[in-house]
Design a protein around this ligand. Sequence first.
Ligand SMILES: C[S@@+](CC[C@H](N)C(=O)[O-])C[C@H]1O[C@@H](n2cnc3c(N)ncnc32)[C@H](O)[C@@H]1O
Length: 344
Amino acid sequence: MLSENTDNEVQFIKRQFLCCVPVKDISWNNFFSNATWSRQANFFSNATWSRQAVLVANTVELDVVKEYPIKINYQVAFLKYVISRLEKLTDSDVNDDVYDAFGRLMSLVDCERYYKHYNFDFDGRNRNIILEENPNIISEGTTGLCSWQAALGLSEWCLQNRSLLTNKTILELGSGVGLTGLVVALNCEPKQYNFTDCHTKVLETLRDNISLNVNRSDNADNICELNVINLSWEDVQTRSEDFKDVEIVLAADVVYDSSLFPCLRDALSCFLSNERCSEVYFCCTERNPRTLTDFLEGLGKSGLNYEELSLPEQDHLCWSTEVPIRLFRVRGNAAVTIKSAIKR
Ligand SMILES: C[S@@+](CC[C@H](N)C(=O)[O-])C[C@H]1O[C@@H](n2cnc3c(N)ncnc32)[C@H](O)[C@@H]1O
């Protein structure tokens, strides 16, 4: 039996493995420390023979990982790292399960589809959102086939601020493969969730990911209405009538290409000029501070009020802090937004 503390440590490694945190960035806590006797648990903790088996069983050998595989190269790199650390320990041999799992992985050929699993406890239950994602950050001419750090940050914020989203009609811009939307739709009880994007392959993958997760949900009957809409930011104004019920707009990692800023800003103005729509929340990866500043200055010039919000703690989801992410709320300045909408 594992002590609660030990169990949490393996659970945390498992969670990082499932969403493919780069192996060099995984927090192992004390897993590879030399074994110590825990009087309370009556147990040798750290990388004991049995804990190694628990680690393997909770990562590469999980049935759900075999059914929806994580990139094989990643799993191999993960186990190689584990083996190299275990071999250096003076007081523990490497468990055969670890070598067996490594041998099995080495015999696998690459699959056509890869998945990441976002695993967290929420509201007293364990949740696992499984997304088909492309392992490359740009593929098929789009950045939308993988989840970005900002989607993780925004999802975490949504979980921690669920009451703001409950019973609301939400539209998300640039949904990509659907992480934020699925986290919200499956956990925050909105009235309706509208995923949008404009890239054909992204929309196809998004639909598949929604079906996969809704069908696996033990709460499928209670999930709100979900729509997938092919929507370019350029078209929001001409289609505004379609979105008159939207109350909250969400967006993650959509501020990166300055040539798209004018249409993105106009889209936000258009949503916020609607009386029902009170707020936009967007989360950005700050790759280049100047780019983000330009976007924010543009918001101000369009009469939109924005404020930066504190980033939430990583209580449910984990993301790298190497490149900062920042979170903003935008509210309309009714007088200015209505005037600019009339001018057009
Ligand atoms: C960097 S990805 C972010 C995806 C997702 N929100 C995330 O954070 O993981 C940007 C997304 O915006 C979409 N996008 C880019 N330009 C767009 C436009 N003009 N209209 C609608 N969607 C657009 C892309 O297809 C892509 O899915």
